[in-house]
Write a protein that binds this ligand. Structure first.
Ligand code: FAD
Length: 367
């Protein structure tokens, strides 16, 4: 039976960074990826998202990200990832959708259909895209119009002449309103009053990441980074702003066949609901390892270096999560990928005796 030193699950930014560094460090590994081709979640983003629209994609190790411009992000980034995999001869195998990971005789066993991979360590880089989140509201199943989640946004033209309700207070909702409002009527609802970025006096990226890290340390499910950074309008959203798209209403109470009803009894007719309500970490395949806290998060051991380099799981430090919680961004995925590869290398070294890597602290104090 062959046992790898490491298996990486997922070939998005975080998984590619991990694989690059594992290769550099001489760690024998394989990368298992569920998609048909390279690109991670980017290959599934909507067609109108151009490189000018994305917030910013960090460079991969030794490979600058595609330039800003009008090229579609779902073309430019998959092309870049594909050439990266080839250039650095990363051992990506696809399509392989991992169904579960178990423990057996001191090893971790990765299962996909009838295939199994035995490994000493695991780096999980499965992102969030395959787990869209739609909150439950009474009556949702009775709605006779169309409902879409961000993951299936069909583009603004699809909504022409329909009344569209956009739900959610993050960057995707702001962007959809920017596209849809110029072609039709929209209503925007959010759970909380949106916090506009220019209202935050001292925008401190590190403090934001730290806030996410505190939740992860406490074993709570991570919130999206935009829930703590606030949101901003870009030049391409000015037209929608002039048309009143960003006048926000509180959440409705229930859904009816032809619209939504608020607690005060007021109602709006809508033809379509666009749920820009985010994603959750795709960790279902790790369930047999019992890593989840009762609150639904996974506790990570804090790193002594940087909050984005906390990757080892408290309950089983052979397992590392990258692109999770404070590292759920392209720059975070890069840093976490490197940190996980280094920690795995240390864990495998004969002198470590298979114990916890030395760069981790034992309590949950944020350094
Ligand atoms: P992904 O890119 O999602 O890659 C995960 C990979 O894991 C996929 O290839 C998938 O096939 C694979 N996988 C999943 N489950 C399994 C399984 N069970 N078995 C095998 N393989 C599996 N971040 C930024 O820094 N800048 C931005 O501009 C930005 N824009 C964003 C826009 C949107 C709409 C969203 C939702 C997020 C955005 N983000 C952005 C956050 C962004 O998702 C991450 O930065 C980055 O794409 C995540 O990379 P990742 O490697 O963690 O995951």
């Amino acid at each position: 039976m062959q046992a790898y030193d490491s298996v990486v699950i997922g070939a998005g930014q975080a998984g590619l960074s991990a694989s690059f560094h594992l290769r550099r460090l001489g760690v024998d590994h394989v990368v298992l990826d569920a998609d048909q081709g390279p690109g991670g979640a980017w290959q599934h983003r909507w067609d109108s998202l151009t490189m000018d629209d994305v917030h910013g994609v960090a460079d991969l190790p030794e490979a600058p990200a595609p330039a800003r411009g009008t090229e579609r992000a779902n073309v430019a980034i998959p092309d870049w990832f594909g050439s990266y995999e080839r250039r650095f001869e990363l051992p990506v195998v696809r399509p392989v959708r991992v169904e579960q990971v178990t423990r057996e005789d001191g090893l971790l066993v990765v299962h996909a259909g009838t295939d199994v991979w035995h490994t000493r360590t695991l780096i999980n880089a499965t992102g969030t895209w395959s787990r869209p989140f739609v909150p439950r509201y009474p009556g949702a199943e009775t709605f006779s119009g169309e409902q879409f989640h961000t993951a299936r946004y069909p583009g603004a033209e699809h909504f022409r002449d329909k009344r569209v309700l956009v739900v959610g207070g993050g960057a995707s909702a702001v962007q959809f309103l920017g596209e849809v409002r110029p072609v039709t009527e929209t209503i925007w609802v959010t759970r909380q009053e949106p916090i506009w970025r220019d209202e935050i006096s001292e925008f401190d990226g590190r403090a934001v990441i730290r806030a996410v890290q505190e939740r992860v340390c406490a074993g709570l499910p991570p919130r999206s980074v935009s829930s703590v950074t606030g949101i901003g309008l870009r030049p391409q959203e000015r037209r929608a702003q002039e048309l009143g798209a960003y006048h926000r209403r509180p959440m409705f109470e229930r859904i009816e066949p032809d619209g939504v009803v608020w607690a005060d009894g007021s109602r709006e007719h809508v033809d379509a609901i666009l749920w820009a309500t985010g994603f959750r970490a795709a960790l279902g395949h790790l369930r047999p390892l019992h890593l989840l806290t009762p609150q639904g998060g996974v506790r990570l051991v804090p790193s002594s270096q940087d909050v984005q380099t906390a990757t080892a799981v408290v309950e089983d430090p052979r397992v590392h999560l990258v692109g999770y919680g404070p590292s759920a961004s392209t720059i975070g995925g890069n840093r976490a990928g490197r940190a996980a590869a280094v920690a795995v290398r240390q864990l495998l070294s004969p002198t470590s005796g298979g114990s916890q890597p030395p760069n981790i602290l034992v309590d949950c104090t944020i350094p």
